[in-house]
Design a protein around this ligand. Sequence first.
Ligand SMILES: Nc1ncnc2c1ncn2[C@@H]1O[C@H](COP(=O)(O)OP(=O)(O)OP(=O)(O)O)[C@@H](O)[C@H]1O
Length: 283
Amino acid sequence: MQNPITDAEHRPAAERGPATGPLVRFDRVNKSFGDLTVLDRLSFDVDPGERVTLIGPSGSGKTTILRLLMTLEHVTPTKDPAAEGGVIWVEGKPLSHMEKGNRLVVANERHLRQARKKIGMVFQSFNLFPNMRVLRNVTEAQVHTLGRSKDEAEAKARELLDLVGLSAKVDNYPSQLSGGQQQRVAIARALAMDPDILLLDEVTSALDPELVADVLGVLRDVADTTSITMLIVTHEMGFARDVSNRVMMFDRGVIVEEGAPDEIFSDPREARTQDFLRAVLAE
Ligand SMILES: Nc1ncnc2c1ncn2[C@@H]1O[C@H](COP(=O)(O)OP(=O)(O)OP(=O)(O)O)[C@@H](O)[C@H]1O
């Protein structure tokens, strides 16, 4: 495997990156909003097929990590012109690079579109198109973004709506569905794009408690029956324990500790993790 960090010395940033290797690499990434430092030289890799859960107190930067991957946000250049890194890689390609004089250059729109196509995201708020029936909510982006035929997109949508238990609702509008059903449509919509990576951001936190289990059940099925890579932000620790193979505990934009779910949930080493888990479990 090429080493993107040492390669950085020798080749233009846009050409750097491992040909094979991690699906996602955060290499010493900074993110600030004004004076607020949200991510502080953050580095981690996610390999293909991994299920990684991000936990940590409110404001620790978890959603920001997902939004950076979706290119809804961009990294913040470091103030030190000699500092290296500060780059997010998706499948070995950087989403941005630094030019001399500390100027951040975001990858061109075609490249970002390619990167976004590899990633599906399900949000806390379901974000369905209210004026489209369920079936069309799941076919629309397949046709417009992936260029699939209407028939092909519909076949895929029906298959996925069946998987999430909503075959009977294809002709309904989102407003005619419960929150849990809407979220299951959103999951089907994300999967319809055949993403390599699925980002889940507190997908059950807007739901009434009795609807949470259905949505988590669907996601458990997805985890069991596919090899899709997942980055999960959740307060549902039972779900995190069952589904993920790595848990990263964040606080103030750095990883406090990480490990297998059993290690982190049963035997956390760091006081900040212990305090966080105690608080979440008491909720
Ligand atoms: N667009 C923005 N402008 C200004 N500040 C922002 C913006 N987005 C996020 N922040 C701030 O960045 C910090 C990290 O936010 P983020 O949503 O990543 O945290 P989080 O760990 O996901 O928290 P939570 O568990 O509450 O969702 C917070 O203090 C938040 O207020």
